[in-house]
Design a protein around this ligand. Structure first.
Ligand code: TYD
Ligand code: MG
Length: 456
């Protein structure tokens, strides 16, 4: 009997070492090494080739001789998904969808698979039983004759079924449950995930069938396991959103066939995920009565302008150390803005507790939200409501200057569309901005104190 070969693998990034290490030299994480059994039959080519009879040999070809068949894209009925994929599903592409457990990955892809009625879809589930999936499909009120289900985790059996069925789209839920007989380590381990994904990758490329791999990420946000797949797949989509809120965002982290600046927004309803075509309208709770501490930011998320409500609460601190609590915003960024207000405006936030909340449970990365955050803080500090129908777009610098943000005309246009009357922007970098063409009043300011004097 031959000796079983083992290796130590970092469960975070997949780094392989011959001995156990406390800290991974590749990703610097601690205590991530686990011993795993390596290939059972290392000499043989393993995976998908073993299940298919036709062997392929690759030759060198001149690039000009390759005829690109103008990426045929498959448009799904789900507009948000088409958008994040860069305009539909590319034949032979392999897409990784990562997200925390319970965020709605299975729901969305079951729903999208069921809606693709003109192609054969195979949904492979290693997590739920056939009955559970059937119940979910009934809850979604969808049915489809070309939709097939396989509850199996061994890639050997999966590929046998695939050869029989010849699906035109394969959805795997989830990649962590798969195991290949060519590797001995347990499902979910780094070497299993990598090998199973590689088998699907070869399958996708050789048969030109698109494959969706669903993967779980850990609470810290790192894609345990799936992280090591990022370079292998064509597209990485990441699910975001707070489970306690209805909104879910899909961000494109990597895309060989499109922009990575794309973003899809869904609302989780009791009948599945509904694409949100007009997110700004929902994210602003335009109340009748004026409340202090609320400001609207004209941000751009991905490629789309998005108006978002920022809520701040500033109260007298009861304990010695003032609290700073944020949802959907970077805590260090808040501390920086508070320091700017303290130093440049003489506001005493040092004795106040500050709470900041971005409506809808969204996480905003666009720095143009700064000005709205600052105005929400000031509004709560002064306990004076901001005038209605005003919104903000500007980054705030350390000396209290308002810095220009990109694609300002798109932001102004969105604010105008939603019925805002005024928008405060930076006075810098306005070349080529034709204010006259907007019905909304565009107010340019250079410093935070100007804004303060204007508002209060
Ligand atoms: P699920 O798709 O199972 O999450 P994941 O596959 O990412 O782990 O989503 C589960 C949650 O979605 C669950 O808490 C119930 C909720 N849900 C709805 O709100 N509406 C629905 O129509 C369905 C099917 C699920
Ligand atoms: Mg699931």
């Amino acid at each position: 009997m031959s000796k079983v070969k083992t290796g130590f693998f970092c469960q975070n990034c997949g780094y392989e070492s011959v001995k156990w290490l406390g800290q991974c030299p590749s990703c610097n994480q601690w205590n991530t090494f686990v011993e795993e059994i390596k290939h059972k039959e290392p000499a043989k080519a393993n995976g998908w080739e073993n299940y298919s009879n036709e062997k392929r040999t690759n030759k060198t070809v001149a690039l000009k001789e390759i005829r690109a068949n103008e990426e045929k894209r498959l448009l799904t009925p789900d507009k948000e998904l088409n958008r994040v994929l860069g305009g539909g599903i590319v034949a032979g592409s392999i897409v990784l969808i990562a997200g925390e457990p319970g965020i709605g990955k299975s729901t969305l892809f079951l729903q999208d698979g069921l809606q693709l009625s003109n192609i054969t879809v195979l949904y492979i589930s290693g997590e739920e039983s056939e009955q559970q999936i059937k119940m979910r499909a009934e809850r979604l009120k969808l049915s489809n004759e070309n939709f097939y289900l396989l509850t199996e985790t061994s890639t050997q059996i999966i590929f046998q079924e695939i050869k029989k069925l010849k699906p035109q789209l394969v959805i795997v839920d989830s990649v962590q449950t798969l195991h290949t007989p060519f590797i001995d380590s347990s499902p979910g381990s780094v070497s299993q995930i990598r090998e199973c994904a590689a088998e699907f990758q070869r399958f996708a490329k050789e048969t030109n069938t698109p494959v969706f791999l669903i993967g779980h990420i850990t609470k810290e946000g790192s894609i345990a396991g799936p992280k090591i797949l990022e370079h292998m797949v064509d597209t990485v989509l990441q699910f975001e959103g707070d489970r306690h809120y209805a909104y879910r965002i899909i961000r494109t982290l990597k895309n060989r066939f499109g922009s990575t600046a794309e973003l899809g927004i869904y609302e989780m309803t009791d009948e599945g995920m509904k694409g949100v075509a007009n997110p700004s309208e929902i994210l602003i709770t335009q109340k009748e009565d004026h409340l202090s501490g609320i400001a609207i930011a004209a941000t751009i998320e991905g490629m789309r302008p998005l108006l978002i409500e920022v809520q701040a609460l500033v109260t007298q601190s009861v304990y010695g150390t003032p609290q700073r609590t944020v949802t959907g915003f970077d805590l260090r960024r808040l501390q920086l803005l508070l320091a700017v207000l303290e130093k440049r405006g003489g506001f005493h936030f040092g004795v106040k507790d500050v709470f900041l909340n971005i409506a809808g449970g969204l996480k905003v990365e666009d720095p143009s939200i700064d000005l709205a955050v600052l105005c929400a803080l000031l509004s709560s500090y002064e306990d004076v409501a901001l005038p209605q129908h005003i919104c903000f777009a500007g980054e705030v610098g350390l000396s209290g200057e308002i810095r220009a943000v990109n694609r300002i005309d798109q932001r102004i246009a969105e604010a105008e569309k939603l019925g805002f009357e005024k928008i405060i922007v930076s006075k810098y970098g306005q070349k080529g901005l034709a204010k006259q063409k907007f019905n909304i009043e565009v107010i340019s300011m250079g410093r935070v104190d100007e804004v303060y004097r204007y508002l209060f």
